[in-house]
Design a protein around this ligand. Structure first.
Ligand code: SAH
Ligand code: SF4
Length: 394
C-alpha cells in the first residue's frame, strides 16, 4: 500500500569551500583541454594522455574530489595537482522532495545565480532534468522560465556538475577501481536537457558537458539515454546531430504557424516548414532512430481533433514519438490544462496514425518541479499575465 507523504523541504548545508588562489577547476574541461592544462604544469607530453585518462576516471567515473585519494598517481604529482587545480562543483542550496519521490534541487553557481535541477525516479530508470542556461532568451508564452530574462549560459562544468551533484545525493558513484563502462542499472540512468534554458543557444557548453556524460570512462551514459530538447533553433539542429549525436526532442506544440508564433515565438524566425525540413535530416545525421515531438496540451488553444490530424499530416515520413504534456500551471500562467478526456481523444488520433503517443504523467507538481515550471528564485523580473497576453496577442 502506498503511503501519502507530505513534501519535504530540506536546506542542505554545504561547507564553504576555500579554493587555492588562482586554481583552475578541472570539471568540465574537454580531454584536449585537460591535456593542455596538465602539460602547462610540467607533465611530460608523453605521459599526458595517460594522466588525462587516470584523472578522468577519478573525477567522472568514481566521483573523487580529493587529489590525495588518487592512489594510482605518484605522490608528488598529486601534490602538484592540488597546488594548481580544484575539482569544484556548484553548491546545492536546497532540496525539495515531492510526495511522488521527485527531487528538486536549487543549485548556486558562480556569481550567486541559481538554477534548478530535477530528478524523477521511475520504476525502471531515473531521469535527470538538467538546466543549460540561467533564464532563457526566448519567451514561450506557456513557460515559466520564459518569463525570466537570460542571465547567462552555464559553463560545461556547471552542466556536468548538476549530474555529479545528484549522483552524490543518490550515493551512486562506483567504488574506486571498479571497471568503467555502463555498470548495470542506474538510479540516474537518463538525462533530459529540459530544465531552464534553450540548450542550442548554449551549444558549446552543452556539447562539451554531454561529451563527458557520454564518455565510457566518464559518466558513461549511452547517447540514447540523453535527450536534448529544443524549441526549434533550426541552424543548430544539424550541428547537434554531428557534434553531440544524442536523441532529439522538439517543442512543437502547435500545428499552424499562426498558433505556434504565439506559443513558441522562435517560430516567427524559423517556421514549421523550415523546422520540419531540419528534423527530417536529423535521424540520418545522428544515427538515432526517432525524434520526440513534445506537445503541451492547452485547453482550446491547440488541442482539437483537427490539430491532432494536422499534426499527423505534418510529421509524415519522420520517425517520431509524440509526447503529450498536460500543461503545468504556474502562478499567473495565461493558459489552462486541457481536460483529460480531450488529451485522450487527441492521443488516440495520433496513436491510430501509427505513432507512440504517451501522455506524460505530471511529476513533482506539489514542489513546482514539473516541466516548464522551473524558474530561478534569484531573478524576479516576472512579467504579469497581462504583459504576456499583450506580447503574444492571446
Ligand atoms: N528550451 C528547451 C528545453 C526546456 S523546456 C525547449 O523549449 O524545448 C522543456 C519542455 O517543457 C519543453 O517541451 C517545453 O515546451 C515544456 N514546457 C515549458 N513550460 C511548460 C508548462 N508550463 N507545462 C508543460 N510543459 C512545459
Ligand atoms: Fe525557453 Fe524552452 Fe521555456 Fe521556450 S519553453 S521559454 S525555449 S525554456
Amino acid at each position: 500500500m502506498s503511503q501519502i507523504q507530505a513534501p519535504i523541504t530540506q536546506d542542505v548545508l554545504t561547507i564553504p569551500r576555500k579554493l587555492p588562489e588562482g586554481a583552475r577547476n578541472l570539471v568540465g574541461l574537454t580531454r584536449p583541454q585537460l591535456r593542455d592544462a596538465l602539460i602547462e604544469i610540467g607533465t611530460p607530453e608523453k605521459q599526458a594522455k595517460m594522466r588525462v585518462n587516470q584523472l578522468w576516471q577519478w573525477i567522472y567515473h568514481w566521483g573523487v574530489r580529493d587529489f590525495a585519494l588518487m592512489t594510482n598517481l605518484a605522490k608528488d604529482f598529486r601534490a602538484k595537482l592540488a597546488d594548481n587545480f580544484v575539482i569544484d562543483l556548484p553548491e546545492i542550496v536546497s532540496k525539495n522532495v515531492s510526495a511522488d519521490g521527485t527531487r528538486k534541487y536549487l543549485v548556486k553557481i558562480a556569481g550567486g545565480h541559481e538554477v534548478e535541477v530535477v530528478y524523477i525516479p521511475e520504476t525502471d530508470r531515473g531521469t535527470l532534468c538538467v538546466s543549460s542556461q540561467v533564464g532563457c532568451t526566448l519567451t514561450c508564452s506557456f513557460c515559466h522560465t520564459g518569463t525570466q530574462k537570460l542571465v547567462r549560459n552555464l559553463t560545461p562544468g556547471e552542466i556536468v556538475g548538476q549530474i555529479m551533484l545528484v549522483r552524490d545525493d543518490l550515493g551512486e558513484w562506483p567504488a574506486p577501481g571498479t571497471g568503467t563502462g555502463e555498470n548495470g542499472p542506474r538510479l540516474l540512468s537518463n538525462i533530459v536537457l529540459m530544465g531552464m534554458g534553450e540548450p542550442l543557444y548554449n551549444f558549446e557548453g552543452v556539447r562539451d558537458a554531454m561529451k563527458i556524460a557520454m564518455d565510457g570512462e566518464g559518466i558513461a551514459l549511452s547517447r540514447r539515454r540523453i535527450t536534448l530538447s529544443t524549441s526549434g533553433v533550426v541552424p543548430e539542429i544539424a550541428r547537434a546531430a554531428e557534434e553531440i549525436g544524442c536523441m532529439l526532442a522538439v517543442s512543437f506544440h502547435a500545428t499552424t504557424d499562426e498558433v505556434r508564433n504565439k506559443l513558441v515565438p522562435i517560430n516567427k524566425r524559423w517556421n514549421i516548414e523550415t523546422l520540419l525540413d531540419a528534423l527530417r535530416e536529423y535521424p540520418r545525421l545522428s544515427n538515432s532512430e526517432r525524434i520526440t515531438f513534445e506537445y503541451v496540451m492547452l485547453k482550446d488553444v491547440n488541442d482539437s481533433d483537427e490539430d491532432a490530424r494536422r499534426l499527423v499530416r505534418l510529421i509524415k515520413g519522420i520517425p517520431a514519438k509524440i509526447n503529450l504534456i498536460p500543461f503545468n500551471e504556474w502562478p499567473g500562467s495565461p493558459y489552462e490544462r486541457s481536460d483529460w478526456s480531450r488529451i485522450e481523444a487527441f492521443a488516440d488520433i495520433v496513436h491510430k496514425a501509427g505513432y507512440a503517443s504517451p501522455i506524460r504523467t505530471p511529476r513533482g507538481e506539489d514542489i513546482m518541479a514539473a516541466c516548464g515550471q522551473l524558474k530561478s528564485a534569484t531573478e524576479r523580473a516576472r512579467k504579469s499575465r497581462a504583459q504576456i497576453a499583450a506580447e503574444t496577442g492571446s
